[in-house]
Unconditional design. Sequence first.
Lengths: 389, 226
Amino acid sequence: MMTPRERVKAVIDFKKPDVLPWIESFFDETLVKWFREGLPADKVTVIEWVITSGGLTLLNWPAVLGFDPYSYFGCQNMHGCCAPLDVGPIPRFKRRVIGESERYVDLITETGAIVRRLKRGDYKWYNMPMFLNFPVKDKKTWEEYRKRLNPEDPRRYPKDWDKDAYVEVFDNYQAGITVLAFTGFYGFGAQLMGIENFNILYYKDRELLQDMVKHWEYFTIETIRDMTETLKDKVDMVYLWEDMADKHGPCISPKIFKEVFLPHYKNVTSFLKKNKIDRVLVDCDGNISPILDLFAEAGITGLWPLEVNSGMNAIDLKKKYGSKFFLIGNLDKRALAKGGEAMKQEIDSKVPILKELGGYIPGVDHLVHVEFTYEKFKEYSEYLKKQLS
Amino acid sequence: MAKEESEESNEKLLQDISRTLSSLENSKRISRLVNEAIDRKIPITEIIEKGLRSGIERVGTLYEKGEYFLSELLFSSSLMNESMELLIPHLKGEKSQKEGKIVLGTVRGDIHDIGKNIFKMFAQSSGFEVYDLGVDVEPAMFIEKLNNTRAEILGLSALLTTTSYEMKTVIDTLTQEGIRNKVKVLIGGNAVNKEFAEEVGADAAARDAVDGVELCKRWVKRDDDS
């Protein structure tokens, strides 16, 4: 019998697993809602003996580290065992409240953006914040920000970075796949400048855009270098966050992607390949169809979440691209959340065909959102699991 | 003859403005052309209609055809805005022809504004007068603004399925206030589609900003025709 890790590795290598794996990601707020609806907290809450922050440094103490709904439902976590690198700004911006009213709170985030959040409401964390200001606006502010993106900073690696020990951990892990995660070239720019400003940078200041993506390539490769050269193919998959599309299509044109982003993508994926890591998944919502040929050329080999509402269809993609991409997700969140016949129809119309075509792992076409009731998710999980073996 | 030549030359200049805008050439060139049109005393409304808006319409067509993407949509709107800043001081008595009025906002409980702002930019560039109420808007505020402006269209935005149902609350309030049949309701956002529009009683769901503006144009035109 294969382990959960072997199953996922088989699928992303276009081989047959003994049982098709199933991958999900959950909004924490969905789980909090499910606790109210009957999800047994003691079955999913992770408590470990740790040195608590701000506590006595010579005393281990049990603390809640988070939730593990994956084992409970029988699915796998997209990130499995993730390489503990810090690829954010160092030093972080000090997170603090800068304004508050009865309804909103304005704060500076750790990436330096100023955001507004609702103070009340059922799902205040599930809702994206309103961005009021971004840290990078022009060449001058970029030069300032760049200082926080220094790959040589020793704080990027864990305090216990011991190569042999990490190789052993990554080698032995079997509960899911091992992952190296970082942000893509568009995701990085949009985070620092905002979608609107970063999108028109090609037309307004191409030199700045080129400089930013060039630095991001350097930063990415140099930050992951030691980890990558140490772990090599003990890393099963690279996870690249790159939300660069909406329902209409990619936010930037294939022409801009090819001219500005593609060469840098290729350099990063070549570096990974040299280290025997050749499975690179892009996390991109929306309709990415117009840009898939370029993704393939860039060295991208996997896609998630393939949102149905944006016109993505895994069966069509399999037929067109074959084994160029392994696919994860694409089960319509709206149909699944309805449950009953709508849910069954969504699974029946896709999973058996895609299982046969290979290179596909089922899952909701985005994070499991708060509209799912606990009962409907249980119904979905039980029905899907019957289709996997 | 001289007058005919001058008219022909003006026509060419307006076409050049339109082409420069739709081909997304740099803002210096379009500013130069717009200033030249002002110097030639071409009526400002003509510069807007035959030059700029014609260019924006072409951008919309290319976007719908999949040749342009969000970057191009945003940049063309920024070129349009820069050009309008040059023209506004010269408008004086001339009234730029407006396509229609839109009251716009993100519904209560949702503070997501990116999609709304993109729609607003493109709607303004296409000639609509947009009253943007911002985010997290109470139903009563939509009603008040619609009554004050006599806008023909209400644009409602929401990112999430949870907050999308607030659109129904707003539409129900329009009905209660007796103005539902006076406004067309357009909804937009990641979670909305045609079926959802029917479910909440909206007139249409916009696929994207360009599709939304096209729907608004059709509605306003139909009102004018009737």
